[in-house]
Write a protein that binds this ligand. Structure first.
Ligand SMILES: [Cu+2]
Length: 478
C-alpha cells in the first residue's frame, strides 16, 4: 500500500469514531427475559442491561506480509495490515476498543503516550488484563493528550523474534483536538520497522564489540509501513505543497536517522508534543518508540528517496520514494550535509521550576558473553527486583537524573506521563515534552516528572531485548 494519505488506509475521513468503527454499531439487550423483569420488579423499576458494540475492534492474528514481490514475512498484526488501522480519536471523548486475540499466546496492547488509567494502559505490570488467546478483552479510556501517539504489543518476547515489537503489532493513534489546526496540504504517515531479525554474536561478525558482549539482533529487511524502499506506491506531492509527515520508529531495537535530499525537515512536534522551538534540520533521528511531526516545503521538484542515511539501511528497504507531479526518473539520493542530533535545539531557553525532589537512576549492563543474553540493571537490580523503582506523591515535581553507564543506546520510556527534558549531557533545556528519550552511550539525561496521574507506571528501555532482560521498573504513587 501507499505511504501517502491519498490512499485509502491512511485517508480515513476525519469523522466521528462511531461512524469510523470497523464493526457495525449495534445495541442489544441482555437479561430482559423473565428473570430480568423479576429482578427489575424487586428493585421497584424496570431493569435492563444495555451492552454496546465497541467503537473500534482490533484483531490480533497471524499475517503474511509481502514487503516486496516474493519477499514474504510471516508475522502477527492487527486487522490484517501493517501498521494496524489508524485510530484517529477525539480528545476527551471516551472510546471502547475490543481486542480479539486469535493467536496461540496471550498478548496485550499498550496505548503509548496517552494518559490512561493503569488498568487500561495495556501493561500487565501495571495491572492491565492480558488478552487471553482465543478471547476478547474490552479496553475503555478517554484519549488525551492531543498528538501523534501509537499503540503496540506490550508482551515480552525474550528469545522469540516473532513476538511483540519484533512483529507487525503496532499502529498509529492520533488524538485530535476538537478544532483542526490546519497549516498543511497533505498528511503522510510513515512507520519504520525492521524485519527478519536473528540473534548474533557481534564479535563473530566484525572487530570491535567487547569479547564478553552477549547476543544482539540483526535484521535482513526494513520498511516504511508495509513495503521496502522501491516496492510501494510513492508519496505523491506537488510543488508548493506543505506536507506534514508523521514519522514513527516502530522498530524493536534499531535507531534510525532519516533524510529527504534537497529538503529541510521542520520539526513541529516530538513524541506528538509541540516543541517550543521549531527547527529545520537536514536529518531526523528517531530511537525506537519516538515520533516526530515534521513539515516539509515541497520546493525541489524531482523524484527523491526519503530514507535512512546509511546506505545499508536503504539497501535493507528503509525508505520511500517521494515523487513530484510530472516528474519521472530514478529516485535520487544525496548524502545529507550533517547528521548530528541534539534534542535541546527544540527546547526553550529559560529556567524550569525547582523540583521538589531529586531521584537518581543508573543503567548498567551485565554482559551475557558470546552466545548468551545481556542483562540490564537499574540501580543495580533487574526487573522484577527493581520494584518499586521510586514512589511519588501527587502534585510534586521530581527531577530524575538518569545515567547510562553502558556502551549501548537506551530510549527510556515512562508510561502514562509526559516528562519535561531539562538537561541532555551538559546542555540545559526547558519545555521540551516527551514520553521517550534516547540516552546515547555513557551519557546523562535529566527529566522532570510532574506526579499528576496516580497509579503504577512503567519506566523501561524501549529496546525490546533490553526491556525483556531486566531494564524495567514500576513508578508508584504514595
Ligand atoms: Cu536499552
Amino acid at each position: 500500500m501507499s505511504a501517502s494519505l491519498d490512499r485509502p488506509r491512511f485517508d480515513l475521513p476525519r469523522q466521528d469514531p462511531v461512524q469510523a468503527s470497523w464493526m457495525p454499531r449495534r445495541r442489544f439487550l441482555i437479561g430482559a427475559g423473565a428473570a430480568g423483569m423479576a429482578l427489575g420488579t424487586a428493585l421497584g423499576k424496570a431493569y435492563t442491561q444495555v451492552a454496546t458494540a465497541p467503537d473500534y475492534s482490533l484483531r490480533i492474528a497471524p499475517l503474511r506480509l509481502e514487503l516486496a514481490p516474493g519477499r514474504v514475512i510471516e508475522t502477527f498484526g492487527y486487522n490484517g495490515t501493517v501498521p494496524g488501522p489508524l485510530l484517529r480519536l477525539r480528545e476527551g471523548r471516551q472510546v471502547s476498543i475490543d481486542i480479539r486475540n486469535d493467536t496461540d499466546v496471550d498478548d496485550i496492547i499498550h496505548w503509548h503516550g496517552l494518559y490512561v488509567p493503569s488498568a487500561a494502559d495495556g501493561a500487565m505490570e501495571e495491572g492491565s488484563p492480558m488478552v487471553k488467546r482465543g478471547e476478547t478483552q474490552r479496553y475503555t479510556f478517554t484519549p488525551r493528550p492531543i498528538g501523534t501517539r501509537w499503540y503496540h504489543s506490550h508482551d515480552m518476547a525474550h528469545a522469540d523474534l516473532t513476538r511483540s515489537l519484533y512483529s507487525g503489532m503496532y499502529g498509529f493513534l492520533i488524538v485530535e483536538p476538537s478544532r483542526e489546526p490546519g497549516g498543511y496540504d497533505q498528511e503522510v504517515l510513515l512507520a519504520a520497522h525492521h524485519w527478519e531479525g536473528k540473534w548474533v554474536s557481534m564479535q563473530d561478525i566484525r572487530q570491535g564489540p567487547p569479547p564478553d558482549n552477549g547476543l544482539e539482533v540483526m535484521y535482513a529487511s526494513a520498511s516504511f509501513n508495509d513495503r521496502m524502499l522501491g516496492h510501494g506506491e510513492p508519496v505523491r506531492v506537488r510543488e508548493g505543497q506543505r506536507v506534514l509527515f508523521r514519522l514513527l520508529n516502530a522498530s524493536a531495537t534499531e535507531n534510525i536517522t532519516l533524510a529527504l535530499p534537497g529538503h529541510r525537515l521542520t520539526v513541529i512536534a516530538l513524541d506528538g508534543n509541540v516543541v517550543p522551538s521549531q527547527r529545520s534540520v537536514d536529518t531526523l533521528f528517531l530511537a525506537p518508540a519516538e515520533r516526530a511531526d515534521v513539515i516539509v516545503d515541497m520546493n525541489r521538484p524531482g523524484v527523491w528517496i526519503l530514507g535512512g542515511i546509511r546506505d545499508e539501511d536503504r539497501k535493507m528497504g528503509l525508505g520511500v520514494v517521494v515523487e513530484y507531479a510530472n516528474q519521472r526518473g530514478e529516485p535520487q539520493w544525496l548524502a545529507p550535509p550533517s547528521s548530528a542530533w541534539d534534542y535541546t535545539i527544540f527546547g526553550a531557553d529559560g529556567r524550569v521550576p525547582a523540583p521538589d525532589e531529586h531521584l537518581d537512576l543508573l543503567f548498567e549492563k551485565i554482559p551475557g558473553g558470546r552466545g548468551g543474553f545481556n542483562r540490564w540493571t537499574i540501580n543495580g537490580k533487574s526487573w522484577p527486583n527493581t520494584n518499586p523503582l521510586f514512589t511519588m506523591e501527587r502534585g510534586k515535581r521530581y527531577r530524575v537524573i538518569m545515567k547510562n553507564d553502558s556502551g549501548d543506546n537506551h530510549p527510556v520510556h515512562l508510561h502514562r506521563h509526559t516528562f519535561e527534558v531539562t538537561k541532555v549531557g551538559d546542555k540545559p533545556t526547558a519545555r521540551l515534552m516527551k514520553d521517550t528519550i534516547n540516552m546515547v552511550r555513557y551519557s546523562t539525561v535529566e527529566i522532570d516528572v510532574l506526579a499528576d496521574d496516580p497509579g503504577p507506571s512503567l519506566l523501561h528501555c524501549h529496546h525490546q531485548d533490553h526491556q525483556d532482560e531486566g531494564f524495567m521498573g514500576l513508578v508508584t504513587y504514595l
